[in-house]
Design a binder for this molecule. Structure first.
Ligand code: GCO
Length: 419
């Protein structure tokens, strides 16, 4: 039986500035990508050249049948040096927003998606409390320029990711910074700062980052609301895996959940929504993570193919916060586009079950519109509904793009593939 999504349910795709725009040279990640000893597989380079090609991407998204576009504005471009605000960069994002509006796409703006200006990262980054104020000031400035065109705002993207990384590697253990220490040392030297002043997101001390980012989120929310000339919902997005307790792992699982999400879910109770971003599950035993279960396919990202994870995290986030849910990211990195359709279909069946149970889920954003720069993994993993030729930047829509666009246009999902 086909599933009909509610009238007004929002269908979109998501991207992040650094992953698609190209040449984000004033950012901390650009520095790290180009430092000897770096753990990045390759630099982001031109990425998908969306800085120049956004008109084409926005038009394509709309033509496929989607009704929304989630993208991020780049702090490193808007404020490349402290206090030096680029009106040209702000005007650029105004044009992107206007293009969305012209194509009747709801623009969902993320104010920080992993990257920060180099000057921020080199001055304590996300472990320094001053970064919360600097970020709020940036949010205020950007909202004054762009707010009238924004449809929905996410302050921070996955501020809990550093926590998640340190947990996945070894419970309470070292995060990525330990694996990339040589590159980070060299990057700090190039910036002329002591090693411990360089604290870029992903590589920063996880617990300190969490504390600063909770404050940053709350100040940003107030700044955005204060500067906006019309009201639009404001929230935070969280990286959430379906944490499953196995063979007596309940206490461990609950403790992990508290550490990974607790502070942010608590803060989200005062938000207009919470953004759930889910890709997989994690199994927890009494002593820690159990790793993939034999027989379950493991994807190029190193985690299990587990589309049902989304239903579990939506239920969990809704239960913990009581605020509306937006699925701001869900997707799969795979070269097998049929596997992508299978994944999304099963994830959406789970969303439909949540809706049937009365959970207030407002949207589904597939990650990602384009095959793009997957951070440390470079251009290897293919998350896109649209393929991008790395030499020519030519966009080619995959079958999954047409399929999901049709679901978006009609609001109807066939739960089983046609025989
Ligand atoms: C994240 C980010 C995205 C990733 C995506 C695929 O969740 O890490 O929001 O930037 O590219 O999740 O791994």
């Amino acid at each position: 039986m086909s599933i009909r999504f509610p009238e007004g349910f929002v269908w979109g795709t998501a991207t992040a500035a650094h992953q698609v725009e190209g040449n984000n040279v004033a950012s901390d990640f650009w520095l790290l990508e180009h430092t000897p000893g770096t753990g990045f597989k390759e630099p982001s380079g031109d990425a998908c050249d969306q800085w120049h090609r956004y008109p084409e991407d926005v038009a394509l998204l709309a033509a496929l049948g989607f009704g929304a576009y989630r993208f991020s504005i780049e702090w490193a471009r808007i404020e490349p040096e402290e206090g030096a605000v680029s009106l040209a960069a702000l005007e650029h994002y105004r044009r992107v927003l206007a293009a969305c509006r012209e194509h009747e796409l709801l623009p969902v703006v993320t104010y920080q998606h992993f990257t920060a200006p180099r000057w921020v990262a080199c001055d304590g980054g996300w472990t320094d409390p001053r970064t919360a104020d600097r970020f709020a000031r940036f949010c205020e400035r950007a909202t004054r320029h762009l707010g009238d065109l924004i449809g929905l705002a996410c302050t921070l993207n996955e501020p809990n990711t550093p926590m998640l990384i340190s947990h996945s590697l070894r419970l309470g253990g070292r995060g990525l910074e330990a694996l990339h220490e040589r590159g980070l040392q060299e990057a700090a030297r190039r910036c002329g700062v002591a090693r411990d002043r360089l604290q870029p997101f992903l590589f920063a001390d996880a617990a300190r980052t969490r504390d600063v980012m909770v404050v940053a989120h709350e100040r940003a929310r107030e700044a955005i609301k204060g500067a906006a000339r019309h009201t639009f919902p404001v929230g935070v997005t969280l990286a959430m895996q379906d944490d499953q307790a196995v063979a007596g792992g309940e206490a461990m699982r609950d403790r992990v959940r508290q550490e990974l999400y607790g502070a942010f879910l608590e803060s989200a109770k005062r938000d207009d929504f919470v953004g759930v971003q889910t890709y997989t599950r994690m199994r927890w035993g009494p002593a820690g993570p159990l790793g993939p279960e034999p027989g379950v396919p493991v994807l190029v990202m190193g985690y299990e193919f587990w589309p049902e994870a989304l239903e579990a995290t939506v239920r969990y986030a809704a239960g913990e916060t009581g605020v509306p849910i937006h699925v701001t990211e869900n997707g799969i990195g795979t070269a097998d586009d049929a596997q992508r359709i299978d994944y999304v279909r099963r994830a959406l069946v789970g969303v439909a079950r949540c809706l049937a149970d009365g959970i207030d889920v407002r949207s589904y954003f597939y990650w990602s519109l384009l095959d793009n720069f997957e951070w440390l993994f470079g251009y290897g993993p293919r998350f896109g509904l649209v393929e991008v030729d790395r030499a020519t930047q030519l966009r080619t829509v995959k079958p999954s793009g047409r399929w999901l666009g049709q679901v978006a246009r009609s609001g109807v999902l066939e739960p089983a593939p046609p025989a």
